[in-house]
Design a protein around this ligand. Sequence first.
Ligand SMILES: Nc1nc2c(ncn2[C@@H]2O[C@H](COP(=O)(O)OP(=O)(O)OP(=O)(O)O)[C@@H](O)[C@H]2O)c(=O)[nH]1
Ligand SMILES: [Mg+2]
Length: 197
Amino acid sequence: MQISKAEFKCSSERIAQVPKDPLPDIAFIGRSNVGKSSLINLLTGRQGLAKVSGTPGKTRLINHFRINDAWYLVDLPGYGYARTSKVQRGEFSKLITDYVLRCEKLHFLFVLVDIRLEPQRIDLRFIEMLGENGVPFGIIFTKADKLSKTQREKSVERFRTALSEQWEELPPMLVSSSERGLGRDEILDFIDSILKV
Ligand SMILES: Nc1nc2c(ncn2[C@@H]2O[C@H](COP(=O)(O)OP(=O)(O)OP(=O)(O)O)[C@@H](O)[C@H]2O)c(=O)[nH]1
Ligand SMILES: [Mg+2]
């Protein structure tokens, strides 16, 4: 798939504010600083469309980017960052759980995982919640430029093993680097195929 048009639509602090049109959402979630906003910039080919920062907790609202006038890429706030979740009771903010579990626009969710890290409990718990609630999702490993090809494969395999303790059927998994432009075509082709479902 080619992205010929990408424009910022709106930021929402409650799910009542997300766009009312019927276009489907393809959303990105994951721990703060994992690279969600960077990946959105890579996919759209527009640096600076989504705000990127070295300080975790940059994205605090639900940001909709309208793509080809046909669907939305959605940048979500990260989870697992103490300063933004201190006042929240649960592990995941209400904004995140409301959107992920209740927003009917959500067509598919990508959970982003830093390829350098051992499987993190918070990611596994988030994925468990998705599974229990029947949310369609896949995994994108980020920051692949930080590892060699062999190390990457090992890391993906480690995650696969961790998930297979919970799941019989594993979700689709893709590898990316926003720094190097890796994985862009595969991710866009994958999105193309799920938009047809
Ligand atoms: N080396 C490398 N760094 C990356 C990559 N993707 C993102 N980063 C860096 O990681 C940091 C966080 O990137 P963001 O895209 O802002 O991450 P985020 O998940 O949107 O973060 P929050 O909005 O705070 O939850 C920035 O310093 C990016 O430059 C990547 O593929 N490779
Ligand atoms: Mg962000």
